[in-house]
Design a binder for this molecule. Structure first.
Ligand code: DC
Length: 229
């Protein structure tokens, strides 16, 4: 059983990536971004002009790829695709691999293998429910849709792009719906997760809260139980 795994699930825009990365650094763990893995499959499928509605073809793509998505860099078959997988055209189509059960099975297996071999903070939608149900330290990081839309608008403005708040808000609500209604690996809070609401809090404040919980719960710090080799 993986003992040194911290899971962080939650909706898009709640601040999972920034907090996961910072928490991993504080704990001396590695950070696994599972959304980037689904994004990498979408990128390869687009490049190969694979029919995105063909789940078996997407699974073949997933099987043929070697992926590393550790500590903020996503490496696909040796190529650094960290920025490429964040492109808007990937965000538009990533639901196809994310909704394909065969693709999920392949990526879940890879994520478990990573969790068995190293101490990680892993973020996604299904990490504490489907992938690491036995993890000792689980978080569900949430924020209101309005707050998430305001943050997204701030990010776009910082890049010199303009957008309307109500349009962003409706996109966020649509992503929440797609994430929650997925038949396999839907977004939902694990029963045993500590819920953290990031509304009105800085990343620093959220990470402080999480670090306290993680240090109290993880065998790695309490020394109560050592992971098996
Ligand atoms: O967190 P993100 O925006 O990079 O995630 C990209 C997509 O992948 C999004 O549609 C949700 C999906 N996803 C998933 O289904 N399961 C995960 N563990 C992580 C992400």
């Amino acid at each position: 059983m993986p003992l040194d795994v911290v899971t962080i699930d939650g909706p898009a825009g709640a601040g999972k990536s920034a907090t996961s990365r910072a928490l991993a650094k504080r704990l001396g763990f590695e950070y696994l971004n599972t959304g980037a893995m689904y994004r990498a499959i979408a990128l390869r499928a687009l490049r190969l002009r694979v029919d995105l509605t063909n789940a078996s073809a997407l699974a073949a793509v997933a099987r043929a790829i070697t992926l590393e998505s550790i500590d903020g860099r996503t490496i696909m078959d040796g190529e650094d695709v960290t920025d490429a997988v964040r492109a808007p055209e990937i965000s538009r189509v990533v639901r196809y691999p994310a909704n394909a059960p065969e693709v999920r099975a392949i990526l879940v297996e890879q994520q478990r293998r990573i969790g068995l071999s190293r101490a990680i903070v892993t973020e996604g939608r299904d990490q504490g429910t489907a992938v690491f149900p036995d993890a000792r330290c689980k978080f569900y990081l949430d924020a209101s849709a309005e707050e998430r839309a305001r943050r997204r608008l701030g990010e776009l403005r910082a890049r010199g792009e303009e957008a309307a708040l109500d349009v962003i808000l409706s996109q966020i609500l649509e992503r929440d719906r797609l994430d929650s209604e997925r038949a396999v690996g839907p977004l939902c809070a694990p029963e045993d997760a500590v819920r953290v609401d990031s509304d009105g809090k800085t990343i620093e404040e959220v990470v402080d809260e999480m670090e306290r919980v993680a240090r109290a719960k993880l065998p790695h710090f309490t020394g109560r139980e050592r992971p098996r080799a």
